[in-house]
Design a protein. Structure first.
Length: 364
């Protein structure tokens, strides 16, 4: 598919890559924006080697613009990072661009290369090779388990609503924990030949599923807590920062927090930096609805907690309330201040993965 590779010593090359699950499409540009060629490589270690060799055949590889560096392109991003190649995260072309120029992989790859070359794309992707990535994969699974447990709870309550009256009277008023424990101990005998027996069998199945999910969640929380406490102890020691909150903030920053150039960049990443919406003589700011919403939620939880137990925060709330600010506006300001503190903690604490333990020596 690619054009013939011609070695041009000293020429700077910019590469754009459109990533997919099975194969990546790349386009190379020279330093003047002229297209040098395009190629396709499988999304494997051998494919990454082939792609890098192809790009370096045109000259010195300066930058790589990568779409989807956190999903389909994460393997290629890790490979290039390990070899000292600078990678830039490129957002996918907007719908207006695609309506005008069409949609195909080569065009997307070329657009990525040109966005990097023009300076329109400057974001450094997460390295995804350390504790933050370890926490992320566990955090994702824990969240799905919590969601499944909530569904099990709702289903158990729904079965109770339609249960026979004598069974409903026996279980009515029980808390969720007691209802799960009671239903899990049901022993319906033989083949279900009546509604009561079938209902007890169904409730036992759901209750035991709830218990298994609770055990899974507890195990994942323990592992996440140990990772956060070991690698980012300053964050874990902050008052009001629990396991879930710490995990959300650590995942948002990633394993290379130096990619965020300032605390303002971190605030924008978390969606707590207000956006200017001024026009003419009107000077105002509006709510930022972008950014990492999970990190935004974590900062929201922290700000709410401080409004209840931190004396300085309570004094701040009282002062801004006297100025005519609403509770919602005050909370937005607090989230911005909390983001500044969290950024300083995360960037001041080195996150280092210890070397692997040596293999045990063979016995005599």
């Amino acid at each position: 598919m690619g054009s013939p590779v011609t070695s041009r010593a000293g020429e700077l090359v910019v590469l754009g890559v459109d990533t997919h699950a099975d194969a990546h499409v790349a386009v190379a540009l020279d330093e003047f924006g002229r297209r040098l060629g395009s190629t396709e490589a499988p999304a494997t270690q051998a494919g990454y080697e082939k792609l890098l060799a192809w790009a370096e055949g045109f000259g010195s590889l300066e930058l790589v613009g990568l779409e989807g560096s956190g999903s389909f392109g994460v393997g290629l991003a890790r490979y290039l990072h390990a070899r000292g190649v600078e990678v830039v995260e490129v957002n996918r072309p907007n719908r207006q661009h695609r309506r005008r120029f069409g949609k195909h992989d080569t065009a997307d790859a070329e657009a990525a290369a040109r966005a990097v070359q023009a300076g329109a794309a400057t974001g450094e992707p997460k390295s995804a090779d350390g504790p933050a990535e370890m926490v992320r994969v566990l955090h994702v699974v824990r969240r799905s388990a919590v969601k499944a447990r909530t569904q099990a709870t709702n289903q158990l309550r729904a079965l109770l609503v339609t249960a026979p009256e004598e069974l409903k009277a026996e279980l009515r008023g029980l808390s969720t924990a007691k209802l799960v424990a009671t239903a899990a101990r049901f022993r319906p005998s033989g083949f279900p030949d009546e509604v009561r027996t079938a209902t007890k069998l169904a409730m036992r199945s759901v209750a035991r599923r709830h218990q298994r999910l609770s055990e899974e969640i507890a195990e994942l929380e323990e592992q996440i807590g140990r990772l956060v406490a070991e690698y980012v102890p300053a964050l874990a020691s902050l008052r009001g920062v629990g396991t879930d909150t710490a995990a959300s903030l650590l995942v948002a920053v990633g394993d290379n927090p130096e990619r965020l150039k300032s605390e303002a960049a971190f605030a924008r990443l978390c969606g707590v930096a207000p956006l200017e919406a001024s026009s003419g003589k009107t000077v105002r700011h509006r709510l930022n609805r972008g950014g990492n919403r999970d990190a935004n939620r974590a900062l929201h939880v922290l700000a709410l907690g401080r409004m209840s137990w931190d004396e300085r925060t309570r004094e701040y709330v009282a002062r801004r309330t006297a100025e005519g600010k609403s509770r919602r506006e005050i909370l937005r300001c607090l989230k911005r201040y909390v983001a500044r503190e969290v950024y300083r903690v995360l960037t001041a604490t080195p996150v280092v993965v210890p070397p692997p333990l040596p293999a045990p020596s063979a016995g005599p």
